[in-house]
Design a protein around this ligand. Structure first.
Ligand SMILES: *Cc1c(COP(=O)(O)O)cnc(C)c1O
Length: 227
């Protein structure tokens, strides 16, 4: 007997559990187009990828009413490949990167929405800015001059651990960082998104104030990186 649920069933279960104000990003990295199309046919329109080239390839092959989210670490020299279609870039962690996104967005006469990635985890391997650096960036004259980007929120990744108390502490840190940032309002900000929570911790994340969860393996099954 096979107890493995289908992508359609997984999506239905997860979507039905999410409060209305929470957006589900289906994280489809490493998964083949047929899997993404199953999710699409089940009604999913928001997909997240962590590699720009893979997202570009999938964007070319899939229906054009999909919102593509870049959730991974962004290399500046690759921003140009996604600048014409990306819906939201979650992993922005410097003014230098924002400046490049702005330059490429300008070429396509677009405004690209971005989230500031805040480092909330204890692990050194995780990217992100400190809350203080994020506050300084949003207030800076240099940022206000970037007319083709808009910061719409924050993103964070908790420490990879089973310790839910630790994860909750880190989620609360992200929420309070967002609350502080939200007091800064200018023409280059439009506060609306706290992107936190993955397959293992999205329920806790929602309890801590998340408005956008990034769920991969609970929808598509576990990933195989060896092929
Ligand atoms: C892979 C990934 C996810 C999804 O992880 P799952 O545990 O499979 O849900 C979420 N966020 C980021 C940034 C990721 O790279």
């Amino acid at each position: 007997m096979n107890f493995r649920m289908t992508i359609t069933e997984n999506l239905k279960t997860i979507s039905s559990e999410l409060p209305e104000h929470v957006t589900l990003v289906a994280v489809s990295k490493t998964k083949p187009i047929v899997d993404l199309m199953e999710a699409y046919n089940a009604g999913q329109r928001v997909f997240g990828e962590n590699k720009i080239q893979e997202m570009v390839d999938k964007h070319e092959q899939m229906p054009k009413d999909i919102e593509w989210h870049m959730i991974g670490h962004v290399q500046r020299n690759k921003v140009k490949y996604m600048a014409d279609f990306v819906h939201l870039i979650h992993g922005v962690d410097s003014l230098k990167l924002l400046t490049e996104i702005n330059k490429q967005a300008q070429k396509h006469k677009r405004i690209i929405n971005c989230l500031l990635q805040i480092k909330i985890a204890k692990e050194d391997s995780k990217f992100g800015m400190s809350p203080d650096d994020a506050l300084a960036l949003v207030k800076s004259e240099d940022y206000l001059n970037l007319n083709n980007v808009c910061i719409t929120g924050v993103m964070g990744m908790a420490t990879f651990t089973d310790d839910m108390t630790q994860i909750e502490y880190e989620f609360n840190t992200l929420k309070s960082t967002y609350d502080q940032l939200q007091t800064i309002s200018n023409e280059r900000t439009n506060w609306q998104t706290i992107s936190m929570g993955m397959s293992g911790d999205y329920k806790l994340a929602i309890d801590c104030g998340s408005t956008m969860v990034r769920v991969g393996s609970s929808i598509f099954g576990s990933r195989n990186y060896s092929n």
